[in-house]
Design a protein around this ligand. Sequence first.
Ligand SMILES: [Zn+2]
Length: 63
Amino acid sequence: MGKPEEMWQCQMSNCGFIYSPDRGDKKGKIPPGTPFKALPAEWKCPCCGAGEKMFRPLGSPGA
Ligand SMILES: [Zn+2]
C-alpha cells in the first residue's frame, strides 16, 4: 500500500483523480512503482489533462 504522502490528487474541481505510485498511469505509459516526483515534466492528469502543478499530496492537508 502506498503512503498518503506518496499519493497525489488532482485539484481540479471537476476531477479529483488520485495518482498512486503503486499503480502508475497506464494511459500515460507510466509503469507501476513510479513516484509522482519522477513523472516526466510533460505528464498530465489522465482524467482532465491538468499539469503536475495542479496536484497536491494527499499527505499534506490544506498546505
Ligand atoms: Zn485531473
